[in-house]
Write a protein that binds this ligand. Structure first.
Ligand SMILES: C[S@@+](CC[C@H](N)C(=O)[O-])C[C@H]1O[C@@H](n2cnc3c(N)ncnc32)[C@H](O)[C@@H]1O
Length: 413
């Protein structure tokens, strides 16, 4: 059979490039727009044929050699074969396309804020456990697969996390642990703490937890092993973080993202601000520092508990209302708040949450999102409800991967 030759022309969300061949659309992984590649079919995704580039016939000038030995097999990174500047440009195009598809125009002055050093940025990683001939190891799911690829290095994680993996595996093997599922590690960005959580398949069995922690600590003398909570510090504020609550995984870019969002929010002293999907209150406390009083809404009870603690630690005027945004907003009366910042998960906002936001009709709204398609969808809903998009920014929280973080500022028109 003749080899499949494809000429991808544009980026797709997900890291692949889109090619058209005889009217048929292909999503081509590990290819860049403008290239000619030989590719192998790899099934279908959302009704579209998928292929993987196996040989580059005409390379893009933006193609680089991926530094990670697992690139192409591991499901973690999709863009290591593109120069970093080009990754940022591809992400801008993906956002522009998502907005255009929803009927919106991305403001032409939208900044794309990347990292000076786009490696080793992750302070949190979740690694799957896999048992092999040599015992336990940790790794990632292979691309579009449930099978686990054991790894010895990961160039996008903090080096302390990378070097902790063999220590956790060794301790698990020495203590003959069984039924391991995954290991979550979070490194303190400004301290030596390493927060860990080991999960088992099914119900957690009785296991020698203290002996295990003790052994790992012996193997990792440079880290302070923490199993309850760790400290996150920025801008002279201190937060408690736990494994069961959300954390921005890229610490350096979290600071950029928060600064962009705060600049867009333009909080004035004595204003009352809503922080929706507030997590452990990092944004709430940062907003409260400018003299505002913040109402934070969050559904995860562990995050609410930590958020209240974090507000106390930082003497911040933050009040938590626990529950789902779409439900809790119903109890907020008109005229109580002046602006809102929201940072929902990938699925975006429930229609009921958007309807409540439109009912409240606050003057300024800053929407932070980690999924361009739901961001664009929700922004259109808000525009139909009487808002106008004034500014937008893309902050690269996830270099080497397809994930995209974008922020938009809307005003009531
Ligand atoms: C992307 S995180 C943002 C957290 C925070 N803004 C930060 O920067 O750390 C989304 C948060 O929304 C919460 N969440 C998800 N769906 C929710 C809902 N329907 N109502 C309230 N909170 C929700 C999650 O528990 C999580 O803490």
């Amino acid at each position: 059979m003749a080899p499949l030759i494809l000429r991808p022309s544009s980026p797709a969300h997900g890291g692949a490039a889109v090619a058209r061949d005889d009217g048929k659309v292909w999503l081509v992984n590990y290819a860049l727009p403008g290239e000619v590649v030989e590719a192998e079919p790899r099934g279908r995704q959302g009704g579209v044929a998928v292929a993987a580039a196996t040989r580059v016939i005409e390379a893009s000038p933006h193609r680089v050699a991926a530094p990670c030995p697992y690139f192409g097999a591991c499901g973690g990174c999709q863009l290591q074969h593109a120069s970093y500047a080009h990754q940022l440009e591809l992400k801008r195009q993906v956002v522009e396309e998502a907005w255009a598809r929803a009927g919106l125009r991305l403001p032409p002055d939208t900044a794309v804020l990347g990292m000076d050093d786009p490696w080793r940025y992750r302070i949190r990683g979740e690694f799957e456990a896999v048992a092999g001939a040599g015992g336990w190891r940790f790794g990632f799911h292979r691309l579009r697969s449930h099978s686990v690829l054991p790894i010895d290095s990961c160039v996008i994680h903090d080096a302390r996390i990378e070097s902790a993996l063999p220590a956790f595996a060794q301790a698990a093997n020495e203590l003959q642990l069984t039924g391991l599922q995954n290991l979550l590690l979070t490194a303190e960005p400004t301290g030596s703490g390493l927060l860990w959580r080991l999960r088992f398949h099914g119900r957690e069995p009785r296991w020698p937890r203290d002996d295990f922690a003790h052994r790992v600590a012996e193997l990792l003398p440079g880290s302070t092993l923490l199993d309850e909570a760790m400290t996150l510090e920025f801008w002279n504020m201190t937060f408690r973080v736990r494994s069961d609550t959300f954390l921005q995984t890229n610490y350096k870019q979290m600071l950029v993202l928060y600064q962009v969002a705060l600049d867009m929010l333009q909080t004035k002293s004595e204003e009352r601000i809503l922080d929706l999907y507030a997590g452990i209150g990092t944004i709430s406390v940062a907003v409260a520092r400018s003299g505002a009083a913040v109402t934070a809404i969050e559904e995860n009870p562990h995050a609410v508990q930590l958020g209240r603690l974090n507000a106390r630690i930082n003497s911040a005027r933050v009040e938590y209302l626990p529950g789902k945004v779409e439900t809790v907003l119903r109890a907020i009366r008109l005229g109580q708040h002046q602006a809102v910042i929201l940072d929902p998960p990938r699925a975006g906002c429930e229609p009921a949450a958007l309807a409540e936001l439109i009912r409240l009709g606050l003057d300024r709204l800053v929407y932070v999102s980690c999924e361009p398609s739901t961001h664009a969808r929700d922004l259109v809903g808000l525009v139909r409800g009487g808002y106008r998009v004034r500014r937008a920014a893309i902050v690269d929280m996830f270099p080497q991967t397809y994930h995209i973080e974008s922020v938009a500022m809307l005003e009531r028109s």
